[in-house]
Design a protein. Structure first.
Length: 39
């Protein structure tokens, strides 16, 4: 995972804290991180 992807994942996690639909945001963040790790 590149530094920018790690930052994006962290920002996604921060958004979840204030997001009523946080479960969806977490899912998107996790799949993004997974794709980055596999690349």
């Amino acid at each position: 995972m590149s530094g920018s992807d790690a930052i994006a994942a962290h920002l996604d996690a921060e958004l979840v804290k204030d997001d009523a639909s946080g479960a969806v945001t977490v899912s998107v963040g996790r799949s993004r991180a997974t794709r980055s790790a596999r690349a």
